[in-house]
Design a protein around this ligand. Structure first.
Ligand code: CDP
Length: 203
């Protein structure tokens, strides 16, 4: 079976959690494409030029602490460079259309990487709710973090991701929009699972 679930949306909207749960539930493989951009961003923080970093990306780069805020900011900067995005396209497309079904989450999955995806979700929530969730996720490992700082980071990254010329963050025309502002994790996952289940071919 070739079946792609494309999940796009702004920072900290819950794409990763929903993507992982859908993949587990339906036995599909899952790719958090943000990790690719974070890994390239992390290499630039170590002094490497962005395009060379993207072209030379290795599996080992996906390990380590890529959740940090400085890495996220670097990711969104390198993600605006067309040659960086181009270096990562083929691998993501191959993953999306490999046999067995795949769930990919990111910013341009339903619009650029896999416009033919069988299911497209655009997962979003208010900036305040997203900042609160990201603060809860990161505060334990970074005592210097403040709620205001996280909100600023989320807003700056959204503006950069939505405003860039190449593959900007936008809901695909045929995406189902899931606003999770007032949903629990279980409710958001449940809604997404129902949408995927109704699109799967009868087995
Ligand atoms: O987890 P969170 O939603 O905060 O971020 P992420 O999905 O790990 O993505 C980090 C950054 O990578 C984003 O702010 C985007 O600039 C970039 N990105 C992208 O441009 N295209 C993708 N398909 C995935 C991420």
């Amino acid at each position: 079976m070739i079946f792609t679930v494309a999940i796009d949306g702004p920072a900290a909207a819950g794409k990763g959690t929903i993507g992982r749960e859908i993949a587990a539930r339906f036995g599909m493989r899952h790719l958090d494409t943000g990790l690719l951009y974070r890994a390239v961003g992390a290499r630039t923080l170590r002094g490497e030029e962005a395009v060379a970093a993207a072209r030379g990306l290795e599996a080992a780069d996906l390990e380590g602490d890529l959740r940090r805020q400085d890495v996220a900011a670097a990711a969104s900067r390198v993600a605006a460079v067309p040659e960086v995005r181009a270096a990562l396209v083929d691998w993501q497309r191959g993953f999306a259309r490999a046999a067995g079904g795949a769930v990919l989450d990111g910013r341009d999955i339903g619009t650029v990487i896999c416009p033919e995806a069988e299911v497209k979700l655009y997962v979003t929530a208010s900036p305040e709710v997203r900042a609160e969730r990201r603060f809860a996720e990161l505060a334990a490992s970074d005592a210097t973090l403040t709620r205001e700082g996280v909100l600023e980071d989320v807003l700056a990254r959204d503006a950069r991701d939505m405003g860039r010329a190449e593959a900007p963050l936008v809901a695909a025309e045929d995406a189902v929009v899931l606003d999770t502002s007032t949903m629990s994790v279980e409710e958001a996952v449940g809604a997404a699972v129902a949408i995927v289940a109704s699109a799967l071919p009868a087995r």
